[in-house]
Design a protein around this ligand. Structure first.
Ligand code: ZN
Length: 394
């Protein structure tokens, strides 16, 4: 493949280094070869040049927590996961396209039935449908009486082991389990823990023995401590986490993956489940508590990243909410690039513009370090050096 030089008014390479004015990225064979001042990079013979003029060049965004087939605004999210494979795929493919065309070039999918995410990932990798790089959890491990239980329930050591091993056999990149209640289902409070400490230890151990990370849906209550003590890699949501939980996580090096859009954006849970008083009562608690919890997390020194949790195309809004709740623009940008990549185990291949990494490169109008909302205005989208932003016009 011939080389490509991408030039723009500013290059933010995502490493935390000072942005480069009048910068350029040299791409060869789908990989980044060099990043620097446009004059230093030059234009190798035969290279194509993409000159973005006043735009800012960034690493492709990383969404650390989402689902393909869920549309929160349609309501009854678990019911959506229970729908048949064709219905789920008909939602998933346009959702993924929306995410991709918002500049998300890597996404971690944390729960789908029918092994839908495995098939979609294969189709994306084969070039049959456009989409981000995917890490997939396939079927979530969830207790019969718990939240997140769609078609597959896993109780006790035998079922848990069998379902995890079936997931791994099918190609799961990680194991996701639901330990607590959630906002989008009516039954249990978000700090109820459905699994015993023994079951949680078993889930994490089964994942780790196969060299895969474990991610837990846990808002608060004892599930966070059980999971951190078991060695879980990422706590998802953590909206009711206490200072003690966050300190435990920081000391263990456990990542917190936050999401606020689904609770705060008008197209989120409110749109879909506004008629369900139990869910709305939980949403009210979530809205009241999560900004404070997020500030606690910021002060605790815990490592954190962001995910949209199915709010397709709205990773920019996640970053905006993080800033609204006290993060700096620099922290919020890191949480959707470098830190998100590290949280999901891909720090060596994506998340920053550095030589050797995949050429996942986007541009935005404006400077997100000055105004994080600039992430909304995506222009160029390259994944592996291949250009996709023309799809936005179709
Ligand atoms: Zn989720």
């Amino acid at each position: 493949m011939a080389a490509t030089v991408v030039k723009g008014a500013l290059v933010i390479d995502g490493t935390g280094r000072t942005p480069i004015e009048g910068g350029a990225v040299l791409i060869e064979d789908g990989r980044i070869r060099a990043v620097g001042g446009a004059a230093d990079i030059g234009v190798p013979e035969g290279a194509a040049v993409i000159d973005l003029g006043p735009e800012t060049i960034l690493p492709g965004l990383v969404d650390a927590h989402t689902h393909l087939s869920i549309i929160p605004g349609l309501g009854h999210q678990i019911g959506q996961l229970r729908s048949n494979a064709a219905q789920a795929a008909l939602r998933a493919i346009p959702n993924m396209r929306t995410d991709f065309l918002s500049g998300v070039t890597t996404m971690r999918v944390v729960g789908e039935e029918h092994f839908l995410d495995i098939d979609i990932k294969a189709a994306v990798n084969a070039g049959r449908i456009p989409g981000p790089r995917l890490l997939v959890a396939t079927r979530p491990i969830a207790a019969r009486h718990g939240h997140g239980t769609a078609l597959t329930a896993s109780d006790g050591p035998e079922e848990i082991r069998r379902h995890i091993r079936e997931n791994l056999a099918a190609g799961a990149d990680l194991i996701k389990y639901f330990a607590t209640g959630g906002t989008s289902s009516a039954r249990a409070a978000a700090d109820t823990c459905f699994y015993s400490p023994e079951e949680i230890r078993l889930i994490v151990e089964e994942a780790h023995r196969d060299g895969r990370p474990a991610a837990v849906h846990a808002h608060g209550g004892p599930a966070i401590r059980y999971s951190v003590e078991a060695g879980v890699d990422t706590i998802e949501h953590g909206k009711l986490a206490t200072a003690a939980d966050l300190e435990l996580m920081r000391n263990a090096g456990t990542w917190l993956v936050c999401n606020h859009a689904i609770a705060f954006h008008p197209d989120g849970i409110e749109k879909g489940d506004g008629g369900n008083p139990q869910i709305m009562a939980k949403l009210k608690i979530s809205r009241e508590r999560s900004p404070g919890t997020f500030r606690l997390a910021l002060n605790s020194g815990v490592r954190w990243a962001l995910g949209t949790d199915s709010m397709h195309g709205l990773l920019w809004f996640e970053a905006q909410k993080a800033v609204d709740f006290g993060a700096t623009a620099e922290q919020a940008l890191a949480a959707v690039t470098r830190n998100a990549a590290e949280a999901i185990g891909l720090k060596d291949s994506v998340g920053t513009l550095e030589p050797g990494k995949h050429a996942d490169v986007i541009s935005v109008r404006g400077n997100p370090l000055a105004e994080i909302g600039a992430l909304r205005n995506v222009g160029l989208i390259l994944k592996g050096g291949v250009r996709y932003d023309h799809l936005s016009a179709q």
